[in-house]
Design a protein. Structure first.
Length: 228
């Protein structure tokens, strides 16, 4: 007997979207967003099926100026999308609290990028956002982070399902927005809106890693010039 192929998160997402009965209005969705560019494709897609409220809840971003820059770019994109599509997407933003992030990842400061420190970070942000969604009686919750090639969509979806058990009044919408050229579509939309595209994930550790990478890159170029 042929074993049935397991559905991936993108297939599950599309199945849920197409099963929604919109005849009596769109259900509400609280969408966790990490930045403007990552929101472009998911928000464009999901706003067709949901009454969306965006949650900019990212205490990991450093420094404050970067946090505010990303928040402003997100709001600029949402305003433009509302004007273009006639939607009424709202943005909820938490006050800046980098100390909360530092407290959460304490003991993992020296972890490599993509390790346990990042897992703790993902869980913190999704937990804060899901709690807000539940407390404000949203029908669904989702995150745009699965659109990034550098984010573990399987882990993010696993955290999402775990949080759904804590907050059963709000359903979790699984996703893998990278599928079907989702990442490429998002990049194209970001270019159309001329959105700021950051070159590091967000925390002070990823910022430092980026600086070290750039320094090594400059050193390598100098060596190549001397050899040439």
């Amino acid at each position: 007997m042929k074993e049935e192929k397991k559905k991936n998160a993108n297939d599950l997402c599309m199945e849920i979207l197409h099963s929604l009965d919109l005849s009596k209005g769109k259900p509400s969705l609280f969408l966790h967003v990490c930045c403007g560019p990552c929101s472009t494709y998911p928000l464009t897609l999901l706003s067709e099926y949901f009454d969306v409220t965006v949650g900019y809840i990212n205490p990991n971003i450093f420094p404050l100026e970067e946090y505010e820059h990303r928040e402003n770019e997100l709001k600029r994109f949402v305003d433009g999308l509302n004007q273009e599509k006639g939607t009424s997407i709202r943005v909820v933003a938490y006050d800046y609290d980098y100390n909360l992030y530092l407290k959460t990842i304490r003991g993992h400061e020296q972890d490599q990028e993509g390790g346990e420190r990042c897992t703790l970070c993902h869980r913190l942000r999704l937990s804060l956002a899901y709690k807000y969604a539940s407390e404000h009686s949203f029908d669904y919750f989702a995150t745009v982070m699965t659109v990034s090639s550098k984010k573990p969509s399987d882990l993010l979806n696993r955290i999402g399902y775990e949080l759904e058990k804590l907050y059963p009044n709000t359903k979790y919408l699984p996703s893998d927005f990278r599928k079907k050229d989702g990442t490429l579509k998002g990049i194209r939309i970001a270019r159309e809106y001329n959105l700021y595209r950051q070159d590091y994930c967000g925390c002070s550790f990823s910022l430092q890693a980026r600086k070290q990478y750039e320094e090594k890159k400059k050193e390598l170029l100098k060596e190549q010039e001397l050899e040439g």
